[in-house]
Design a protein around this ligand. Structure first.
Ligand code: ZN
Length: 180
């Protein structure tokens, strides 16, 4: 396993739509190494999610994990997020636009900054796991925010595309933010 360099905004891989993973590649040694590297890199950063393009790999894969409890974060429905690998994910929003939640968000590829971003409160993702098995999650609140952030990486989008730009802040000036 290795800790990979996390590319920063300006790198073209972050602005491309990532390519779908050939299911036949899942389970190969290269695939296993990539997944292990992504998990290790996310944990070391530390971050609560990491998409393959963030380590320069143009494939539709992201990993998430958040084992930290944040006190007083009830308004964003903070909860722990289990380690989960998503391959070729498809995202569906649940509910309507009025279910949006606005909160600070950061990104390991926009290092050192955060801004307020409106996200849908509840989403569903259908994906393959690291064994190539189909699965579905429906997550609400904080975990749903992480899913939307990571999914958009695979579409070549960053949170700065949808942030309230007047809230764009150096992390040193903030305490309540996450990076992924
Ligand atoms: Zn990010």
């Amino acid at each position: 396993m290795a800790i990979c360099r996390i590319v920063q905004t300006g790198h073209p891989v972050l602005r491309r739509r990532a390519q779908a993973v050939d299911p036949g590649w899942i389970g190969s040694e290269d695939f296993e190494v990539l997944i292990a590297d992504m998990i290790e890199t996310m944990r070391e950063a530390p971050g609560v999610g990491l998409a393959a393009p963030q380590i320069g790999v143009d494939r539709q894969i992201f990993v998430v994990e958040d084992q930290i409890s944040v006190e007083g974060a009830d308004e964003i429905e903070h909860q722990k997020v289990p380690l989960q690998v998503f391959v070729n994910p498809q995202l569906t929003t649940i509910g309507d636009e009025s279910d949006a939640v606005v909160f600070y968000e950061g990104c390991l590829s926009v290092s050192g900054f955060a801004a307020m971003v409106s996200r849908r409160r509840r989403v569903r993702i259908d994906a393959l796991d690291e064994r190539g098995r189909e699965f579905t999650v429906e997550w609400t609140g904080w975990p749903a925010r992480i899913l939307q952030h990571e999914y958009e990486h695979l579409e070549g989008r960053l949170y700065v595309d949808r942030m309230d730009s007047r809230t764009f802040s150096a992390l040193d000036e903030l305490s309540a933010a996450f990076e992924s």
